[in-house]
Structures are given as C-alpha cells and as structure tokens.
Design a protein around this ligand. Structure first.
Ligand code: AMP
Length: 130
C-alpha cells in the first residue's frame, strides 16, 4: 500500500511543497515543531533512509542541503537542525527544523498550529530562495 508521502508525490493528497526535483521532494511538515519545519523525501518509496543505495542517499542529502540553506534565509534561527525519526511514516524522510535551542527539536514538544495561509506563505518564501 502506498505511503501517505507517496500520495503526496502522486498528487493524491495536497502538501505545502517547497522544492521538487525528478527524484526528491521537500514539503512542510503538517505538525511543525517550528515555522519552516520541512520534510525531504525520495520519490522512490523506501522505508528506511539507511537502506537507500549510496547514490540516492548522497543525492537526498545534497537536496536537503539546498533546502536547509533556503529555510535558513527565510526563518530567523541559529541553525537548521536535522533529524531522522521515521516511526510514524514508513517512507524515508529527513526532518529539517529551524532551531535556536536543542529543545526546539524535541519531538515530544507541542506542535505549532499554523493556518493554511501561513503554510502557503512559508512554503513560497522558502521556495523563492531556491
Ligand atoms: P516520523 O515518521 O516519526 O518521522 O514522523 C512523520 C512526520 O510526518 C511527522 O512529523 C508528521 O507531522 C509528518 N506528516 C505526516 N503526515 C503528513 C502530511 N500529510 N503532510 C505533511 N507532514 C506530514
């Protein structure tokens, strides 16, 4: 069965897209830890990042690097924190989270509630830096 992220790739369900290439996609996390919290995924469905073949793995991280640099230009923060969790969605993804403090990337923290317009605005601002 297709993962929820594959449904985003196919357009079956919507997402606030930030960047897209032939093989990778970046979109805003719907339950963000911070404004600009972005997920970077391979379009090819695979559960676990560390099961990706070397070339795809390297390309995924290079793609994530570009996205992280764009987020950093848009969201005031000290660094872009990186996390790989994957306990909820079995489709490889990298979390990019703007942080000022280590607690900003605590996944047990209460998530932000953003409006549709806020998501649209953040996604388009990040996209404009790519
Ligand atoms: P994890 O698999 O533990 O890394 O968590 C999956 C992440 O995907 C969570 O942070 C969710 O908020 C996020 N997520 C789940 N469904 C969607 C969706 N449809 N659009 C954007 N983000 C999602």
């Amino acid at each position: 069965m297709a993962t929820i992220f594959s449904k985003i790739i196919s357009g079956e369900i919507p997402a606030f897209k930030v960047a897209e290439s032939d093989n990778f996609l970046a979109f805003l996390d719907i339950n963000p830890l911070a404004q600009g919290h972005t997920l970077v995924i391979p379009k090819k469905e695979i559960d676990y990042v560390f099961d990706m073949d070397d070339d795809a793995y390297k390309e995924l991280f290079l793609f994530a690097k570009k996205v992280a640099r764009a987020i950093k230009q848009v969201v005031p923060c000290t660094k872009i924190g990186v996390a790989i969790i994957g306990l909820e969605v079995a489709h490889a993804h990298i979390h990019l989270v703007p942080i000022n403090d280590v607690y900003d990337i605590d996944f047990k923290k209460e998530k932000l509630k953003l409006s549709h317009d806020q998501f649209v605005q953040i996604a388009s601002s990040i996209a404009s830096k790519l």
